[in-house]
Ligand binder design. Structure first.
Ligand code: ADP
Length: 494
């Protein structure tokens, strides 16, 4: 049997400690799944003020860890907490991390994000030295920890704690790159020769994400389809050429979901439980959802469409806006939960006032309603322009709430198109990013909904799909072993 791998995550957020998005879900649950599979896993993240205030049971692991930064040696304590066999380490430096938000306020990013995350990246080696940790794999995520693989190769190549380790870098959303003024380059403590077109430079600025892509042994994204799309100009955010140069080591592993939280058989936030073989509770949830939004009770038999999303252009709300009057003239009802861009807040609030009884809208982040929509709706709409992985469509499968989605990114990898003749598939997909294609796809799904036997079969197909973390954790473990083999081969040829 292979020896248990020792893996360290370096990441800027993880549930249950701090979250702004899907990254935290992955960083909070993948380590636990890996640990369950027999790997030894720890996580390094910043100690945000909210973590201390959140009442987590923190233990001091290191007093006065010395971290070189600019002309100084900054001291930071390190705390730890254990969850299901995984140790989470939190590096403390209040002037950087004790703030209201993680990365910025609605007025913009914090002006010193470069300093904050250079400090964070540089804390990794002293932490390993102080605790005598010697990881086989250093797994970094998004721009906030993208400098770690650069340091491993360019600064820490003689440091025994890390120089044998393979680095893995996961891109959760290519649109966020960590771009900074080149005048701050000296703070990175890297040779100026690395600031070039083949290095950290990007249109005359510093690009952290590019560092992670270029210097890691292996690069991944959160679905296979997205790993292909980001190598094209349409989805590459200017980094498509860089990603193409790493195509050989670039792969996609789809995110898992936590079925202890998202399962209609055990979900206590919904009106009634149900399972693939006992669906009666689904109708109770639909009734409860319709009552919650005072939808027209005579429309109980009409398909109820649901949306839970950030209200952002990425998620396809411009398409929804374009089809709304026509869609609501059909025999359907619609419920939307989301927060985000002001223009969509306005649009949806106006629609809620104009089409009373046909549409329900909540502009908020509300976990209870998110669960109720998953359970009560018949279909789930996700017309994303791009989607690295997407979680809500995977939850929807489990709740028998059939996804109607655009064929992009993780939506392609997780939804199998319905074949009406063969009664196979789990959802409806449209290709072209246009209002016409979106509306036609919804109507096709509504047509299928009228055939109760067919619809029940599609629901059963969807509910029986398994996207638990176990299989993704296995894929990561085999990727880790490939990365180590690659690193070993490189060392022996050097
Ligand atoms: P992204 O990370 O791009 O926002 P995902 O589908 O990957 O999209 O994940 C979004 C997560 O946030 C899901 O867990 C979803 O249920 C949740 N979510 C998004 N908006 C809301 C909201 N307004 N209220 C409650 N949960 C929400």
């Amino acid at each position: 049997m292979d020896r248990a791998l020792n893996v360290m995550f370096v990441v800027s957020e993880a549930v249950p400690f701090a979250k702004t998005g899907g990254l935290a879900d992955v960083a909070g649950s993948l380590p636990l799944a890996l640990s369950k599979a027999g790997l030894r896993v720890s996580v390094l993240m910043p100690l945000y003020g909210m973590i201390r205030q959140g009442g987590s049971d923190l233990t001091k692991a290191i007093t006065d860890l010395e971290i070189p930064f600019d002309f100084f040696t900054l001291k930071g304590d390190v705390y730890s907490a254990v969850r299901d066999g995984v140790t989470f380490y939190f590096v403390e430096r209040d002037e950087f991390f004790d703030r209201r938000q993680l990365y910025g306020t609605p007025k913009g990013d914090y002006f010193d994000n470069l300093e904050r995350f250079v400090f964070f990246a540089k804390s990794f080696l002293p932490l390993c030295q102080a605790l005598e940790l010697k990881p086989d794999i250093i797994h970094c995520h998004d721009w906030q920890s993208a400098l770690v693989p650069v340091y491993v190769r360019e600064k820490w190549q003689d440091e025994a704690e890390v120089n044998q380790a393979a680095t893995v870098f996961t891109i959760h959303n290519l649109a966020y790159q960590g771009l900074f003024a080149k005048e701050k380059y000296h703070l990175l403590d890297l040779d100026i020769s690395l600031f070039g077109i083949d290095g950290l430079e990007f249109y005359d600025r510093i690009n952290f994400l590019k560092g992670g892509i270029l210097w890691s042994d292996v690069v991944t994204t959160v679905s296979q389809q997205y790993s292909r799309e980001i190598q094209t100009p349409e989805f590459g955010c200017g980094l498509e050429g860089v990603l193409q140069t790493r195509a050989e080591v670039l792969t996609g592993i789809v995110n898992g979901v936590d079925y202890t939280v998202w399962n209609p058989a055990t979900d206590n936030l919904i009106a009634a439980p149900y399972t693939p073989t006992s669906l009666a509770g689904k109708a109770n949830n639909k009734k409860a959802l319709m009552e919650e939004y005072q939808l027209d009770p005579t429309l109980q038999e009409a398909p109820l469409l649901g949306i839970v999303s950030r209200l952002a252009d990425q998620k396809g709300f411009d398409l929804l806006a374009a089809i709304l009057p026509e869609l609501l003239a059909d025999n359907v009802t619609l419920v939307i939960l989301g927060t985000g861009e002001e223009k969509y807040h306005k649009l949806l609030s106006q629609a809620a006032a104009e089409y009373k009884g046909k549409i329900g809208v909540t502009i908020a982040f509300d976990n209870r309603i998110a669960h109720l929509i998953e359970a009560g709706a018949d279909m789930f709409l996700m017309p994303s322009y791009y989607e690295p992985c997407g979680l809500n469509q995977i939850y929807s499968l489990k709740y028998g709430t059939i996804p109607v989605v655009r064929a992009t990114g993780g939506l392609v990898d997780t939804i199998e198109p319905v074949d009406i003749k063969k009664k196979t598939g789990t959802g409806f997909l449209f290709q072209e990013y246009s209002p016409e294609a979106f509306l036609a796809c919804i109507r096709e799904a509504c047509q299928a909904y009228q055939n109760k036997t067919l619809w029940k079969k599609i629901m059963a197909n969807a509910m029986n799909r398994d996207f638990s973390w176990e299989s993704s954790a296995k894929a990561y473990e085999s990727l880790y072993r490939q990365a180590l083999a690659r690193k070993a081969a490189e060392r022996s040829s050097a």
